[in-house]
Design a protein around this ligand. Structure first.
Ligand SMILES: Cc1cc2nc3c(=O)[nH]c(=O)nc-3n(C[C@H](O)[C@H](O)[C@H](O)COP(=O)(O)OP(=O)(O)OC[C@H]3O[C@@H](n4cnc5c(N)ncnc54)[C@H](O)[C@@H]3O)c2cc1C
Length: 298
């Protein structure tokens, strides 16, 4: 069994920053691991600019921001183990990892969980109808379009006007697809004002407030959705071939269920609370990593 003083699970903005800061604090035995084959977490799929204004004083794309974090990590002696899914963490301070070489166990002194967040799916919504092909979460869609260059559909409805929903609406528009509507249950958009101006306003994408999707139609592929006006109760059928749900992120911390009070555990980034900005997730990671690193060398 491998041993390390500090194990960090998740190599997104928070995990990389935590590892670099722990190294800078003097800790010399650090393993950073991720299920993905590359560092950066969600950043490499975010091709838009808007990252790093606080940390670097300029707006970078997600991949450029990830590259800066990775460069800093490369200047340390942190061991990065990509392509490993952590399956379990035990109270005996052991993590069980699954990778192409099979199962591995790592025993640690301290653990920083930096596993990010996951999207709420269509299954978590009170929607009538079946779940045909053509229904995606925003993050899935972003990954398929930006990293794999797949075509998902031509006539798009987006449910949710948070940052993810608005950024996806622009992405589809730039791909030449028709975004029929961004639907929002509140009376105002949910994301950052800058994303509203750059994504929705600048591309004249229709946004409809105080409404939601009540039913999904079609099989095997979606053919439309029933949209309900939440004030009048009126319903209308909107024909579409793709529905994107952008209805929120949930901190990903199932791995530490029952271990939340363990004195050897710290959380950083979106698994602790969802951060709108990568700079904020990275800053939290650096703060936690520095603290844990200093405690370990005492
Ligand atoms: C679509 C989108 C657009 C955004 N746009 C902007 C923007 O314009 N500007 C901005 O500043 N911020 C933006 N953000 C926010 C910012 O990207 C995030 O807040 C930040 O990157 C989160 O970092 P993190 O390290 O907490 O999580 P993540 O980047 O999600 O990293 C978590 C990592 O943990 C790994 N992991 C999870 N579970 C396991 C496991 N069991 N075993 C191994 N590895 C595991 C994952 O593979 C992942 O690599 C955006 C976010 C999204 C989703």
């Amino acid at each position: 069994m491998e041993r390390t003083e500090l194990l960090i699970i998740g190599a997104g903005a928070a995990g990389i920053s935590a590892a670099s800061a722990a190294w800078d604090a003097g800790c010399r035995d650090i393993i950073l691991t991720d299920r993905l084959p590359y560092p950066g977490g969600v950043l490499p799929q975010c091709l838009h600019e808007g990252f790093g204004l606080a940390a670097y004083g300029s707006e970078l794309t997600g991949p450029a921001y990830a590259a800066r974090l990775a460069e800093r990590l490369a200047q340390t002696g942190v061991r990065f183990l990509p392509g490993r899914e952590v399956l379990a963490v035990t109270k005996e301070k052991t993590a069980v990892l699954s990778g192409s070489g099979g199962l591995e166990e790592i025993r640690f002194e301290r653990l920083i969980l930096a596993t990010g967040s996951r999207e709420r799916t269509v299954g978590s919504l009170a929607l009538a109808g079946t779940r045909p092909a053509g229904v995606f979460t925003a993050g899935q869609a972003q990954e398929m379009i930006n990293l794999h260059h797949w075509q998902l559909g031509d006539r798009i409805v987006i449910l949710g006007s948070g940052d993810l929903g608005m950024i996806l609406a622009r992405r589809f528009t730039l791909e030449g697809k028709q975004v029929l509507a961004v639907l929002e249950q509140e009376a105002h958009f949910g994301g950052l004002a800058r994303n509203y101006h750059r994504c929705i306003e600048a591309h004249h994408i229709p946004i409809r407030y105080r409404c939601t999707v009540r039913e999904i139609h079609g099989m095997p592929r979606i053919t439309g959705v029933t949209v309900e006006d939440l004030d009048s109760g009126e319903r209308e059928l909107l024909s579409c071939d793709t529905l994107i749900t952008a209805v929120g992120l949930v901190p990903e911390r199932e791995l530490i269920h029952g271990l939340e009070e363990a004195p050897w555990l710290s959380l950083a980034g979106n698994c602790s609370r969802v951060h709108d900005l990568a700079d904020s997730a990275a800053a939290e990671g650096a703060k936690i990593g520095g603290q844990v690193g200093r405690q370990l060398i005492k």
